[in-house]
Design a protein around this ligand. Structure first.
Ligand code: F6R
Length: 607
């Protein structure tokens, strides 16, 4: 999704801005542009296509300005084109703006501005912003007041950077429901949509809250609320190494991140299981509160939602509380039954997903307690939730989520145990056995990754298929959904997950000679039933791939991927790994870009 970068300092801004944009590439985009404050004017260089193409634009090397803003655009209003790319100038070339988010009332604002003599040169919602600022400026307001008045007119979401020809040493940034961080070193200020883009420049940051504005010069920043009352802010030091986002010798980020899973699981477990009772930093829920909970909602999008599905049964079995897992974009627009005795858990790798954050705000407004689980330090969701807990997967750059998912599953399982311990809703021996199994997960994940020849061979065999089915029962069905999502998003092969028992109720009509069916089978009590479903598709000519840790006669099946034994409750954390690798190698066989699949963004900051 759109990314923004800004710089005010003593150095030439353009290389710093382009470098920052390159670091934001993983978010997904279709156009890029920068703008710097030159001697008497604002210079804008932009086009559709890759960030590296900016280096080829005529005159880019002549930019000398030490103040600048930059943007990668992921098209929402208007196709990818030079005109629609950011930055956007106002009609008088006085203000220049980059924007991440969506201005919902842009049509009304455009009409209003047109009525006041303004013209528009792009199809974007963003172009109303510099012109609205200009409208207020011409009425005699100063730079800050004009931006403030314009922001107060905007409905929707925004993170903006604004520079003004008349104030060449300054920049104003503002945010509402869209990410923005400000990094500070001795005599330089950096702005970005996320921390990793800036970590090679600084590790100290300010975080803006919704509806706040920052007025920046190279050695001073002032913060204001939306009534322009000054607010004070602490500079926060963030521990993140600059090379944690490098490829480390792997061909792609996705493969690197798949291989990082043992480490990510280990670090997410951290010291939580070291003592006799679970130590859950960040949560201090009492028995009195937990006993009153009537239900738990787990709300998220995509892979993060699948993590919720993968722990639903564990929460219910261990804690005796009903759990409902919902897609955030649905949850936020219905009227879910929530009261002060409902606990809502939000899962988001990026911590910036617009639908998930909106769903969290809805639950809060109805009096529920909210917990956010995120992988990104100081992400927006941490500022909205009552409690937040970090997964420790490290930066996830590939668009397809892998290590974040397994880390979310680990963390949520530990959370279920933590609740069960407080509630005394499960026996001590049961809780202890699961803890021991969790501690063995990193080793078992390593075991899967040690030899993947079988998976590569299967990928080679099936990569040209047009359709694939993923089947599983119970918890295996949640993994089937994740496997199907992984495959479709990077290989563009149509893939669908079904609960095995549903086959006969329709989908079996699609099975014919050569159809690929991937089966996940980790629950000993359901082996027989699942095998007979598999037999039904084999009889109809399907090529079956089985991922299992169960013992049964495999001589009838050609493609069996064995994974280490683990109790069914925790099996998604292991059974998903072959599915990730299968999706990865099928995509490589097809010669596609695994890290940056078409149409997708890493951080979905608009709904
Ligand atoms: C799929 C994938 C997406 C994300 C979803 C939520 O591989 O990455 O489905 O899981 O967009 O993103 P977060 O977790 O950042 O809220």
């Amino acid at each position: 999704m759109c990314g923004i970068v800004g710089y005010i300092g003593t150095k030439k801004a353009s290389p710093i801005l382009i470098n920052g944009l390159l670091k934001l590439e993983y978010r997904g985009y279709d156009s890029a542009g920068i703008s710097t404050m030159e001697k008497d004017s604002i210079s804008v260089m932009k086009d559709k296509g890759r960030v590296k193409n900016l280096y080829d634009l005529e005159g880019i090397n002549d930019l000398k300005g030490t103040v600048g803003i930059a943007h990668t655009r992921w098209a929402t209003h208007g196709k990818p084109s030079k005109e629609n790319s950011h930055p956007h100038l106002d009609n008088s070339n006085t203000f220049c703006v980059v924007h991440n988010g969506i201005i919902e009332n842009y049509n009304d604002l455009r009409t209003f501005l047109k009525d006041n003599g303004y013209e528009f040169y792009s199809e974007t919602d963003t172009e109303v912003i510099p012109n609205l600022i200009s409208y207020y400026y011409k009425k005699g307001n100063d730079f800050l007041k004009s931006v403030n008045l314009a922001c107060n007119d905007l409905k929707g979401s925004y993170a903006i950077e604004v520079i003004c020809k008349d104030m060449p040493e300054n920049m104003i940034v503002a945010r509402k429901d869209s990410p923005l961080v400000i990094g500070k070193s001795d005599d330089e200020i950096f702005v970005s949509s996320d921390i990793p883009a800036l970590i090679s420049f600084t590790n100290t940051f300010y975080f803006l809250n919704d509806n706040e504005i920052a007025y920046i010069s190279k050695d001073n920043i002032k913060f204001y609320d939306n009534n322009l009352n000054e607010v004070s802010k602490e500079l926060t030091t963030v521990e993140l190494s600059a090379n944690s986002a490098d490829k480390d010798g792997f061909e792609d980020y996705m493969l690197k991140e798949i291989y990082e899973q043992p480490k990510a699981i280990r670090e997410t477990i951290g010291t939580s299981l070291n003592g006799s009772k679970i130590n859950f930093e960040g949560l201090n829920l009492t028995k009195e509160y937990l006993s009153k909970i009537n239900k738990i909602y787990m709300v998220a999008c995509g892979t993060a939602m699948h993590a919720g599905l993968g722990v639903k049964s564990n929460f219910e079995t261990l804690c005796n509380i009903p759990v409902i897992v919902e897609v955030a974009s649905e949850f936020r627009y219905r009227n879910p039954l929530i009261d002060e005795n409902t606990l809502c858990i939000y899962i988001s790798q990026s911590g910036e997903t617009a639908d998930t954050i909106a769903a969290l705000k809805l639950a809060k407004s109805k009096g529920a307690k909210t917990i956010a689980i995120t992988n990104v330090i100081e992400s927006s969701i941490t500022r909205e939730a009552d409690y937040f807990v970090y997964t420790h997967a490290g930066p996830e750059i590939a668009v397809a989520s892998t290590k974040a998912y397994t880390s979310q599953l680990v963390l949520l399982n530990i959370m279920a145990l933590y609740f069960a311990e407080i509630l005394e809703s499960s026996t001590e021996s049961r809780i202890d056995n699961i803890k021991k199994e969790i501690l063995k997960l990193p080793e078992k994940a390593e075991e899967i990754l040690k030899d993947i020849t079988n998976i590569k061979n299967i990928a080679h065999e099936i990569h040209s298929k047009k359709t694939m089915f993923y089947l599983g029962r119970g918890i295996d069905y949640s993994v089937a959904m994740e496997g199907a999502l992984k495959l479709k998003e990077i290989s563009y092969i149509f893939s669908e997950a079904y609960p095995s028992g549903e086959l006969k109720h329709g989908p079996i009509a699609l099975i014919e000679k050569g159809t690929s069916v991937i089966n996940i089978l980790t629950n000993s009590t359901l082996v027989e039933k699942s095998l007979s479903n598999i037999q039904e598709v084999v009889t109809r000519g399907a090529t079956c791939i089985i991922i299992t840790n169960q013992d049964f006669d495999i001589s009838n099946f050609e493609n069996v991927i064995k994974i280490p034994e683990i109790s069914a409750l925790l099996s998604p954390i292991l059974s998903v790994i072959p599915l990730q690798l299968l999706a990865y190698y099928i995509t490589k066989e097809k010669g596609l870009d695994v890290d940056k699949p078409r149409n997708l963004a890493k951080s979905v900051t608009v709904e």
